[in-house]
Write a protein that binds this ligand. Structure first.
Ligand SMILES: C[S@@+](CC[C@H](N)C(=O)[O-])C[C@H]1O[C@@H](n2cnc3c(N)ncnc32)[C@H](O)[C@@H]1O
Length: 212
């Protein structure tokens, strides 16, 4: 979503994160310039952000022992005293360049069709990290370009409410089918696509989607 640089969204939305999803294994077929091997993911909130669930998205430190020892002998910025850097036992903040989530391949179970590979469908893990970090169960997530419905599917699974838009009616149908499956697998769901499934406890659905 590089076009975000050209849209003045500030009166409506607050840009919370501009993440780079780095895919080192993307095929490097460029001949006239460096091949693009990242996507930009923008996450906005309406008003000030209220949630950041760091503990739900920590990733392994992955630092070499030597580097770790070097970090442990640095003077404090505050008082100049040498102290021990404490590494969180559950891992670190993933930062804003995510290179640890692999792109889908044509063998991925979640891939809905070969046509969706690379250009459209994103891994559920990718959206899961974003949604877990920035929302709590019951919160409302909006995806204006939902493609094959990855964000709605993850929202159903994680018990978030959602509103999603997609211009391509074929993709809407695919998203609808995926959401129905996700709802059967766990949470209940009902939405403006017109399907409805009840959860195990028979309670009414929490999610909704819309077409533009
Ligand atoms: C990169 S895909 C989104 C993929 C999605 N995250 C997934 O995992 O399936 C972007 C989608 O935006 C849709 N799109 C483009 N312009 C749109 C518009 N004006 N309104 C709604 N959807 C639009 C495209 O059809 C495409 O499916």
């Amino acid at each position: 979503m590089d076009c975000v640089d050209f849209i003045d969204y500030r009166q409506w939305l607050t840009l919370q994160s501009k993440l780079v999803w780095y895919q080192p294994s993307r095929l490097a077929q460029g001949r006239v310039s460096c091949t693009n091997n990242y996507d930009v993911i923008c996450y906005f909130t309406k008003g000030k952000a209220k949630t950041f669930n760091l503990n739900d998205i920590r990733v392994p430190q992955l630092v070499e022992l030597e580097h770790r020892l070097r970090c442990e002998r640095v003077p404090s910025v505050r008082n100049g005293k040498y102290g021990k850097t404490v590494f969180h036992p559950d891992g670190k903040n993933p930062g804003d360049v995510w290179g640890d989530i692999k792109q889908l391949t044509y063998k991925s179970k979640e891939l809905v069709s070969r046509e969706m590979l690379n250009t459209i469908q994103k891994p559920e893990r990718l959206m899961e990290r974003l949604i877990k970090a920035n929302s709590n169960p019951g919160d409302l997530v909006f995806d204006p370009f939902c493609g094959a419905g990855t964000v709605p599917v993850v929202c159903v699974r994680l018990d978030r409410r959602f509103v999603a838009c997609e211009i391509n009616s074929d993709y809407c149908r695919i998203a609808e089918e995926r959401m129905a499956k996700a709802a059967i697998g766990g949470e209940s769901s009902e939405n403006l696509f017109g399907f409805s499934t009840a959860g195990k406890d028979g309670k009414p659905a929490a999610s909704q989607a819309c077409l533009v």
